[in-house]
Write a protein that binds this ligand. Structure first.
Ligand SMILES: Cc1cc2nc3c(=O)[nH]c(=O)nc-3n(C[C@H](O)[C@H](O)[C@H](O)COP(=O)(O)OP(=O)(O)OC[C@H]3O[C@@H](n4cnc5c(N)ncnc54)[C@H](O)[C@@H]3O)c2cc1C
Length: 383
């Protein structure tokens, strides 16, 4: 039996804890927040009764049956399909850009093949080697679609002119030549019936797991055989090499009688509207919609992450890799510490990827524990 310390009670920390505990190890999970589940945390709003996604809305989606089955061990996943709308220039459109969007925007009634030909005719063929996000988008869809749906939204989300963002951010624009408006292409999609926090609570519910909340890793000095660290990698080293850049989100909470916008997510694409989207949380639980007379919504603002803010999205475009490489170098010198999860590896990862990586990390550890005294650190490619 090994004693394992896991920093962070998010989905990554919880899955590693469970897997190791099921294999007979003793686990301490610590989180500085007063709740488990990390950024997926959801709780009932005391005023409306609606299940509120406290760090922004989360929809579980995956193409991996094993991961879908794993979550269903710990919760009842309710069917949910994310259908996002966009408001631009005072009109409402369907997203992601599909045949409906194209016909709405250009006031046409094109068939799938006509629309494909039409978009081809709009794409900027003179841009052969796109050198920015903007050029990449123009080469794919042309001026009007780019300006309506991507220019302002991208500018607000990243706080930068899209001309200054690298083309690599935009490998592919989700463009559909049919009326499919399901935001995600994955076959498995849902939301836990009683919320993500309850799902994570069940994952952590094991006699081999102790959970301590409201406590920082930095303030703790126990002796353990191995540490899994899911906090920010630069923070672990006291920001000795400088700070990795993040975007943060601020939410303005609105509560209204009845309905506010009639949909879970509406993106606001125009650059003169300061927020990026409004999310109406009762629409993320269609199975309990009838139960609420009021509604709670978040108006979402994106900005540069200050020292006291929550780090949300890693900004991987302005020479980040030199700094990240320094931290990877330091991480490799650590004995008995594995850096995992979205902050530990400085990547945006969806929940299904977080679970898959956590299972891999834990399973590798279990097989190594069986043949070694010391556990070497587990490394995920952070690039
Ligand atoms: C706005 C937004 C929307 C998203 N929507 C979706 C979605 O719809 N679908 C989807 O699949 N994914 C979504 N994601 C991604 C999802 O949030 C992540 O996959 C998930 O949170 C990863 O879990 P984690 O455990 O790695 O990290 P986290 O959830 O960030 O957990 C890390 C935990 O570590 C704790 N911690 C950090 N440092 C310390 C320390 N020094 N001491 C003690 N505790 C510490 C933190 O308090 C935190 O609770 C979204 C992400 C964002 C930002």
């Amino acid at each position: 039996m090994k004693r394992i310390f896991i920093v962070g009670a998010g989905i990554t920390g919880a899955v590693i804890a469970r897997e190791l505990a099921e294999n007979g190890h003793k686990i301490l999970v610590m989180d500085e927040r007063p709740h488990i589940a990390g950024n997926c945390h959801s709780e009932r709003d005391p005023l409306t009764g609606v299940m509120e996604h406290k760090y922004g809305p989360h929809i579980f989606h995956t193409d991996k049956k094993e991961i879908w089955n794993y979550t269903n061990r710990f919760c009842e996943m309710m069917p949910y399909v994310n259908r996002v709308k966009a408001i631009a220039g005072g009109r409402v459109y369907s997203l992601p850009v599909n045949l409906h969007t194209i016909n709405q925007l250009f006031d046409k009634t094109l068939s799938p093949s006509e629309a494909a030909e039409f978009i081809k005719s709009l794409a900027r063929t003179d841009i052969r080697e796109p050198s920015s996000f903007e050029e990449q988008a123009l080469a794919m869809v042309g001026e009007k679609i780019y300006m309506t749906f991507f220019e302002g939204y991208t500018r607000k989300q990243w706080g930068l002119d899209p001309k200054l963002l690298p083309a690599s951010i935009l490998k592919r624009l989700p463009l559909r030549f049919n009326y499919d408006d399901n935001y995600y292409a994955h076959p498995y999609q849902g939301i836990p019936a009683t919320g993500y926090t309850e799902m994570v609570r069940k994952i952590l519910e094991h006699e081999g797991i102790e959970v301590v909340l409201g406590c920082k890793f930095e303030d703790h000095n126990g002796k353990f055989d191995h540490v899994y660290y899911t906090g920010p990698i630069d923070r672990y080293f006291g920001y000795s090499e400088g700070r990795l850049e993040y975007r943060t989100l601020k939410f303005d909470t609105l509560r209204v009688k009845g309905d506010y916008q009639g949909n879970a997510v509406i993106n606001y694409c125009d650059s003169d509207v300061p927020f990026t989207r409004i999310t109406e949380h009762k629409y993320f639980a269609p199975w309990e919609m009838g139960s609420f007379s009021s509604s709670i919504c978040y108006k979402e603002y994106s900005s540069q992450c200050g020292h006291e803010d929550e780090p949300y999205y890693p900004v991987r475009h302005a020479g980040y890799s030199d700094l990240l490489n320094k931290y990877i170098g330091l991480a490799k010198l650590q004995n008995g510490v594995s850096f995992v999860g979205r902050l530990g590896t400085y990547r945006y990862i969806d929940m299904d990827a977080a679970i898959a990586e956590a299972l891999t990390a834990a399973r590798e550890s279990v097989s190594l524990f069986n043949c070694k005294q010391e556990l070497p650190s587990f490394f995920i490619d952070m690039h």
